[in-house]
Design a protein around this ligand. Structure first.
Ligand code: ADP
Length: 239
């Protein structure tokens, strides 16, 4: 398996606080990896560093061999990285189709016109969003807004998808649908790094997990082993 993402000694400080401390790990092409850790352990900050929303204080972030640490989000997106946000960020006053056309227009293929619309429709189909495409995003149900956000991430044709608690807030039926949807992306060969607190989802989706506590990596390995690691359990229980 070739390496898609490689973090080397990545650190992020905010004033006196070290939110991410000397993190190193690799993700291979096509892998689905869970990123776990208690609240405040640095998971979202790490996603922000990988996607370029924040510059790293130190270290290298390599995607397909290029060091992208400190590069702008659009440059990193052009290297095939897309993300979803913990709080859904669809554009409520635009239609569903427009919501997907916007990121598609700035995606790796720089599509326009009919090709842009067709691609946006493909992305909506991939996430199973069947609502009328002329509906405004703000009128969608919560699960459909989540689907739309995923379609927006896929619109830029990413190789690496960063999911920040995309499954949070779903009811049990929606959760099953959401897990199946992420599985279907995996079936398309997508590489995924997934921050998630729902352990059933982690078990179902991620053969491997990386665990953070207080900004540091405390475990990295097969999920079944990581979840029974005493250091991981202690980090979650705060002991
Ligand atoms: P997690 O996603 O694991 O809950 P975060 O990455 O959100 O953790 O936060 C890690 C630490 O960094 C926390 O102590 C948080 O308060 C701090 N932090 C996150 N973002 C900022 C910021 N923009 N400015 C200052 N401190 C921040």
């Amino acid at each position: 398996m070739s390496t898609l993402l490689k973090l080397e000694n990545v650190t992020k400080t905010f004033g006196g606080l070290t939110a991410v401390n000397d993190m190193s790990f690799e993700i291979g092409q096509g892998e689905v990896v869970g990123l776990l850790g208690p609240n405040g352990s640095g998971k979202t900050t790490l996603l922000n560093l990988i996607s370029g929303a924040l510059p790293a204080s130190a270290g290298a972030i390599r995607i397909g061999g290029s060091d992208l640490a400190g590069k702008r989000p659009d440059v990193i997106a052009a290297h095939g990285v897309a993300r979803t946000f913990q709080l859904v960020k669809v554009l409520p006053s635009l239609t569903i189709l427009e919501n997907v056309m916007v990121p598609a227009a700035f995606g790796r293929s720089r599509l326009w016109g009919a090709a842009l619309e067709d691609h946006a429709r493909d992305c909506l189909a991939k996430v199973g969003l069947t609502a009328e495409e002329t509906l405004h995003a703000g009128d969608l149900t919560y699960i459909d807004q989540k689907r739309l956000e995923l379609a927006r991430a896929l619109a830029a044709e990413p190789e690496l998808l960063l999911l920040d608690e995309w499954l949070a807030g779903l009811n049990p039926t929606e959760l099953r649908e959401g897990i199946a949807l992420i599985r279907s992306l995996e079936g398309h060969g997508m590489t995924i790094l997934l921050v998630e607190h729902i352990m059933d989802a982690i078990r179902a989706l991620c053969p491997r997990c990386v665990v953070m506590a207080a900004g540091t990596k405390i475990a990295d390995g097969p999920t079944a082993e990581v979840l029974v690691d005493p250091q991981v359990i202690a980090a979650y229980l705060g002991t």
